[in-house]
Each structure stands twice: as structure tokens, then as C-alpha cells.
Design a protein around this ligand. Structure first.
Ligand code: FAD
Length: 309
């Protein structure tokens, strides 16, 4: 099964692996998941137990987030490695530079190479919200574009980066955000993944805008299903995602009840179906580590590739 799933090739460094960019070059619409490492006080096995279930859904790759401020970075590496080695699924390790010295960044890049992880989502990152006196003095790269330039010089990695259809939450002008995005892509970005959004029209407008500045790399829309009204309001306010009226009505109607999860899964499924119909390169589902919800979404959109008991 592992060999069937993986498209293996012998890379220039003489190790087996697959670059995500090669999937897009095959002209197929990819399906990928985002998961996050458990909190440090929670055993790492809690996510390992779920990896097999996620792998059974045969995503093209699974991305693993990096804790704000670089916390849980060891866990990102360990989980990304496990996804690849034990489950035969390609992994994408998120990698942030905020608060890291150049030695720490190079050490992490070396570790990623040792684990034969070829795909990175290179990010500036944010400091942890609960660390008000966060030490910025160790910051070596103020923006993701500089991290990307550094990684690109080392050669060998397939590099993804973040983009923001509604503008980064701290940016004052969307036009400026797109200007900096173009600089970032030109440093050698292979593909982009968007911040979550709830209105596909925003994504389509964004695609028009970036095409006008000649950004041509594949862009994966990141979609997050809603499970509870309070949870999604908190997340949306942190990342600056706006909510269309029809979603606000759903949140008002179902709040934090179990029916919200069903409505949220339907909402995400409709968004994803529409995106696929409109020819996106692929879809990236922020699973929130919820296996059942992810499986239901794939079933809803006709992309559950195996029957799971
Ligand atoms: P950048 O691309 O550097 O952009 C940050 C801001 O700076 C933007 O407003 C941009 O317009 C502006 N800017 C860029 N260059 C310049 C310049 N030269 N001069 C002036 N302004 C400039 N965070 C985590 O901690 N861990 C994760 O795992 C994680 N995963 C993410 C996954 C996705 C798909 C997305 C969309 C975000 C993720 N984030 C994650 C959040 C991200 O780290 C934050 O949004 C962070 O504030 C910005 O990171 P970036 O890489 O987009 O930064």
C-alpha cells in the first residue's frame, strides 16, 4: 500500500522522496490536511493514534504546524517524520523563524534533512500569545521572504509559503500585502497556502489580484470546518477572517451545540466543492486533528478514496 501511494523518485541528494511541487506538475487537484502537534504536557502518542486514520484517507500530503514562537518544534519534526516513514504519506513541515538565531535555524534545517523531509512551509511566525515579554532579540529574519532566501541557498527543499486573501491581520493595505507577497514568491516559493476564509468570492478576487502582479505558483485554499461558534469567533478574530452573513446566521442559530459541528461540516464541504469546481490546484483542510469530521467532509465532496470501516 505504501509503495502504491507514494510516487517515489531518486532525488539529487540520493534519498527517496517527493516534492509537493511535482504533484501540481502532474495536473491533478491535490487533497491535503493540516494537523497540529499536541501540547507539550500531552503525550505525543495522542496524535500518533490518529495518523493511521488520516493516512487511510490517502491525502497527497499532511502538513504539521509549528507552535507559535517556535514552541513544539521538536514535535513538528517528529510527527512530520512519522507521517512519511511509517505511513508513506508525504509531509510538509511548517517552519517559523520568529525568535530563532541563525544557528537554531540551521540546526533545524539539518535535522529536517536527516529525517529526509523535503517540503517546508516557510513562515515568519508569531510569538506565543501567552508570552508578553517574548525575546525578539534572537530574530535573525524579520520576514518570511528572508528565511526563504536563506533556505533556497541551501538548495534541495520544496518551499511553500503563506498568503492572505483578506490581507495579513496586521497589514494596513491589501495592495501592500500583495506587493510583499510577490517579493516573497520571487525568492523561490514553489506554492502558497492561504489563510482560512469563509467566503470563496474573497479567494477568487485574491487570485485575480495576484495574477495581475504575475504570481503564478499554485495556491492551495486552506479551509477550516467550524465545530463551535465560540471557537471559530476566536480563531477568526486572531487571523482576521471575515464572516459572511449566512455564516453569522448559522453561528447564531447553533452556537456551541452539537448541531453546529454538522452545519460547520456542511459549510466547509460546500466551500470545498465550489473551489474544486472552479479549478483550484488542490484543497488544504485544517483538520483541527478531527478524524471523523475530515472523513465526513471527504465523503460529502466525493473524495473519500477508500472505504473505512
Ligand atoms: P511574512 O510573509 O513575512 O508577512 C508578514 C507581514 O509582513 C505581512 O503583512 C506582509 O505584508 C509584511 N511584510 C512582508 N515583507 C515585508 C517587508 N519587506 N517590509 C514590510 N512588510 C513586510 N504560525 C505559526 O506560528 N506556526 C504555524 O505553523 C503557522 N502556520 C501557518 C500556515 C498558514 C497556511 C498560514 C496562512 C499562516 C500560518 N501561521 C503559522 C501564521 C503566520 O506565522 C503569521 O500569520 C505571521 O504573522 C506571518 O507569517 P508569514 O510567513 O506570512 O510572514
Amino acid at each position: 500500500m505504501i509503495l502504491e501511494h507514494m510516487q517515489l523518485y531518486f532525488s539529487d541528494r540520493g534519498v527517496f522522496g517527493m516534492k509537493i511541487i511535482d504533484l501540481f506538475n502532474k495536473n491533478k487537484q491535490t487533497v491535503s490536511f493540516e494537523i497540529f502537534p499536541p501540547k507539550l504536557e500531552t503525550p505525543i502518542e495522542t496524535i500518533y493514534e490518529k495518523l493511521g486514520d488520516f493516512a487511510l484517507m490517502k491525502p497527497d500530503f499532511i502538513s504539521v504546524t509549528y507552535g507559535a514562537g517556535g514552541t513544539k518544534k521538536g514535535r513538528t519534526l517528529e510527527i512530520a517524520s512519522k507521517i512519511k516513514k511509517e505511513h508513506g504519506i508525504e509531509s510538509l513541515a511548517h517552519f517559523t523563524c520568529v525568535g530563532h538565531s541563525i544557528d537554531e535555524i540551521n540546526f533545524m534545517l539539518r535535522k529536517l534533512r536527516e529525517e529526509k523531509i523535503e517540503n517546508l512551509l516557510a513562515l515568519r511566525g508569531d510569538p506565543p500569545v501567552d508570552v508578553p515579554d517574548f525575546d525578539y532579540s534572537r530574530n535573525v529574519f524579520p520576514y518570511a521572504s528572508e528565511l526563504i532566501r536563506h533556505i533556497r541557498r541551501q538548495n534541495g527543499f520544496c518551499i511553500g509559503a503563506a498568503c492572505y486573501p483578506e490581507g495579513h491581520v496586521h497589514s494596513t493595505r491589501i495592495r501592500k500585502d500583495i506587493y510583499y507577497l510577490k517579493l516573497k514568491v520571487d525568492e523561490g516559493v514553489d506554492f502558497l497556502i492561504t489563510q482560512l476564509f469563509f467566503d470563496n468570492r474573497i479567494f477568487y478576487d485574491f487570485m485575480d489580484k495576484i495574477s495581475m502582479v504575475n504570481i503564478k505558483c499554485p495556491v492551495l485554499p486552506g479551509i477550516m470546518p467550524i465545530f463551535k461558534a465560540d471557537q471559530i469567533k476566536r480563531i477568526a478574530s486572531m487571523c482576521g477572517a471575515s464572516m459572511p452573513a449566512k455564516l453569522v446566521l448559522l453561528l447564531d442559530k447553533y452556537g456551541n451545540t452539537p448541531d453546529m459541528q454538522k452545519a460547520g461540516i456542511d459549510y466547509a464541504s460546500n466551500q470545498l466543492r465550489d473551489l474544486l469546481d472552479n479549478g483550484v490546484h488542490g484543497i488544504h483542510i485544517n483538520t483541527m486533528n478531527n478524524v471523523e469530521a475530515t472523513r465526513t467532509i471527504l465523503q460529502n465532496i466525493g473524495l473519500l478514496r477508500v472505504t473505512v470501516p
